[in-house]
Design a protein around this ligand. Structure first.
Ligand code: FMN
Length: 379
């Protein structure tokens, strides 16, 4: 029996297996609206057998967009176009998920493909001034960036309410799992780390103060997000900038008591790349955080980061390191990764993971050709 292919109930939603597609920015939105590209991008992961597919970080405020191509959920006009994305995932067998976030000082940037520098003001961006980078403190992202504007307490209240309103819209659009993005150096993480949070008020200084906004967001989201649907949060469990695993563990305990169901254990992003400096960039390089958080607190965790091979993913779940595994780049390489893993792990009727038409032809091909081996496995 495969642990990776054992269903997992989360509140009233049952994941058909333990494979999740992690959120991936596509930089393909127009004016914050999703495009046909998003339908294709998300739909193929559902057809490939993932239990849950998270749509990219979707901005809760206009000023929270990282790049020109970010997708948003900051007013009701987004509900209908987003519902198409939720529907294509659900209709093809996956639980439709959405990550909601705010870029803070990482707003108004060029895409990674264009070098991640600060964006220049051009007449093509009519709402430039509404797209103001804000942050807990005016600490620039790096050389060449202007300092962000320090948030007032009114800004903080507005952001907390925006997360709550976004959760409500996400439910209306038909998503069945929601993740708060509190990692990778984006706004909520900027509050957690003393490097970016130099505030002297109740949102800065002590650990209790630096975590306050994340707890307020979790509370607001849990209030607006239906009780029967699961809530995830993504944390950078260590960031090499003053936020340590012990801080994560104490925050996780509080978040769990507020009704967060699954902890998506990533790392880094506040400075440098989302990898702890000095860590060996090996398969499963962040599994240790999911394991540590799960062992210390008993919560459900999701491991992410270079999980590429089926047997390894199976072991991570079987060992009790995490309840779920998430794949990002490997899903781009092979959107049928879950189907492929099911074949490798000899799961019964692997083709039932794909949408009915794909499953019909693939099942028939395997049955009719003795010794048949697909291209993803050694002949
Ligand atoms: C194209 C791309 C876009 C990404 N966008 C997001 C995002 O929107 N939100 C987020 O939390 N992480 C984002 N990530 C990080 C991934 O979710 C994941 O944590 C990371 O790529 C490590 O997993 P992997 O080794 O399976 O790719 C992105 C990664 C890639 C490659």
């Amino acid at each position: 029996m495969s642990h990776l292919f054992t269903p997992l109930p989360l509140r009233d939603v049952t994941l058909r297996n333990r494979v999740v597609v992690a959120p991936m920015w596509q930089y393909a939105g127009v004016g914050g609206m999703p495009t046909d590209w998003h339908l294709m991008h998300l739909g193929r992961f559902a057809d490939g057998g993932a239990a849950l597919v998270f749509q990219e970080a979707t901005s809760v405020e206009r000023r929270g967009c990282g790049t020109l191509g970010d997708v948003g959920i900051w007013d009701d006009s987004f509900v209908e176009p987003l519902s198409r994305l939720a529907r294509i995932m659900r209709d093809n067998g996956a639980v439709p998920g959405i990550q909601i976030g705010h870029s803070g000082r990482k707003a108004r940037m060029k895409t990674p493909m264009a070098g991640r520098g600060p964006l220049e003001r051009t007449p093509g961006i009519p709402d430039w001034d509404d797209w103001e980078p804000i942050a807990p403190s005016p600490v620039p992202l790096k050389e060449g960036f202007e300092p962000p504007r320090e948030m007032t307490t009114q800004d903080i209240d507005d952001v907390v309410s925006a997360f709550g309103a976004a959760a409500h819209r996400a439910a209306r659009a038909g998503y069945q799992a929601l993740e708060i993005h509190a990692g990778h150096g984006y706004l909520l993480h900027q509050f957690l780390s003393p490097l970016t949070n130099r505030r002297k008020d109740r949102y800065g200084g002590t650990l209790e103060n630096r975590t306050r906004i994340v707890l307020e967001v979790a509370e607001a989201v849990r209030e607006s997000w239906p009780d029967h649907l699961p809530l995830f949060i993504r944390l950078s469990c260590v960031d090499n900038a003053g936020w340590e695993l012990s801080d994560t563990i104490s925050l996780v305990r509080e978040l769990a008591s507020l009704g967060v169901d699954v902890f998506d254990c990533s790392a880094g992003g506040l400075v440098g790349s989302p990898v702890r400096t000095g860590a060996n960039l090996t398969y499963g390089y962040q599994v240790e955080y999911a394991r540590a958080v799960r062992q210390a607190t008993g919560v459900r965790t999701m491991a992410v980061g270079l999980l590429v091979h089926a047997q390894h993913a199976e072991q991570v779940v079987a060992n009790g390191d995490s309840d779920l595994i998430a794949i990002a780049r490997e899903a781009l390489h092979n959107p049928n990764w879950p189907l492929d893993a099911a074949l490798k792990l000899k799961v019964e009727d692997p083709y039932s993971l794909t949408a009915p038409t794909s499953g019909f032809w693939l099942r028939q091909r395997a049955a009719k050709i003795p010794g048949f081996v697909p291209s993803t496995q050694a002949p």
